[in-house]
Design a protein around this ligand. Structure first.
Ligand code: APR
Length: 320
């Protein structure tokens, strides 16, 4: 059987980590693509030199030519720039929108059958724009945010309850940003809902509220610590879990930014919701019952995503 091919568009911090993880997990051969000459080639060579120590046999190459992503089964997009001091949100949108246009066209021309996972921020707008520019089916273009946001929430909950993070499952809906909606009722430790653990006196509502707030600003906390750049280990791990579910037809139920067609009362917008990922990409959007507070928070989050899309359309009228 032919090996899978994984193309990574953007060979920066997340791109390099993705390549390493994909090689260690034996997901397939890997092409690292970047506009900067030398960087993808250098990282590919460095990573290839892990092979004999780690015992993997993935072929890892670097490229500045979209032709080299031809036939990719999975494409993970991290291309773009991060917001720098003094840059407005619209400046960032303008720059990364242009990047999504180039990437979308490169994918459409060379790997139109791929399953595409977008990580570039602002995520909910960039994944939507990437889908528009690539013209790929909606079920084959998905955004990585919820897996990361949930894993951050899980980590903080595991610390709070002093249990293994492995036993914590949590649920984060909505846009990837300050308006994300961590849903306490669906967050559990080995099946025990967090509200029950509060009733047992193992934490307090105030402490859980603080954890929700810390999760919402989880990315910013790391940016403030790193000072140059943003989180990359957990974002890469999260996207790899999504790629594995697609490649292995695992049908994992993961929170991802997916195109909604009426679910949760939202139409034609990418928003973080629970989805099943299998061989057909996003195979199902799962609708869960939300209490009034979560519903109201989701509305705020959806409105924030809509605002971003309006800004994108103003910058690039071809998207209107
Ligand atoms: N095509 C391909 N690659 C590009 C393009 C482009 N048009 N423009 C920029 N890049 C590359 C850069 O050269 C750089 O190597 O994208 C890479 C981005 O890497 P980093 O700056 O290290 O950023 P990273 O930490 O990997 O994050 C990437 O994911 O989480 C989001 O906010 C984050 O949007 C950012 C993205």
């Amino acid at each position: 059987m032919a090996r899978n091919k994984i193309a990574l568009i953007g060979a920066g911090n997340i791109g390099g980590t993705l390549a390493h993880l994909a090689a260690l997990k034996g997901l397939g051969d890997i092409v690292l693509f970047d506009v900067v000459e030398g960087v993808p080639q250098g990282k590919a060579l460095d990573l290839s030199q892990c092979a004999s120590v780690e015992g993997f046999d993935a072929k890892i190459t670097g490229s500045n030519d979209y032709a080299d992503i031809a036939g990719a089964d999975v494409i993970i997009v991290t291309a773009g720039v991060a917001r720098k001091p003094g840059m407005s949100r619209d400046d960032l949108l303008g720059i990364n929108l242009k990047v999504m246009k180039a990437v979308g066209e490169g994918i459409a021309a060379n790997a139109p059958d791929a399953f595409v996972i977008c990580i570039t921020n602002p995520l909910d707008a960039m994944v939507w724009a990437l889908r528009e520019f690539s013209g790929l089916p909606h079920n084959k273009v998905v955004g990585m945010a919820g897996v990361l946001d949930s894993s951050r929430f899980n980590h903080f909950l595991a610390e709070e309850f002093n249990v293994s993070a492995k036993d914590v499952t949590s649920f984060v809906l909505g846009g990837h940003g300050d308006t994300m909606v961590p849903v306490i009722e669906y967050s559990t430790v080995a099946g025990i809902p967090v509200p029950d653990l509060i009733k047992q006196g193992r934490s307090t509502q105030e402490r859980i509220d603080a954890i929700v707030q810390r999760t919402r600003s989880g990315g910013g906390e790391i940016v403030a610590l790193l000072k140059t750049g943003s989180a990359f280990y957990a974002p890469a791990t999260s996207a790899i879990a999504m790629a594995e579910s697609y490649l292995g037809d695992k049908k994992r139920l993961l929170p991802c930014a997916a195109n909604l067609t009426g679910q949760y009362g939202v139409d034609n917008l990418y928003v973080g919701v629970p989805v099943i990922i299998g061989k057909d990409g996003v195979e199902q959007v799962i609708e869960i019952e939300l209490n009034d507070e979560a519903k109201a928070n989701l509305t705020v989050s959806v409105d924030a995503v809509k605002e971003l899309l309006d800004a994108c359309k103003a910058i690039d009228p071809s998207l209107a």
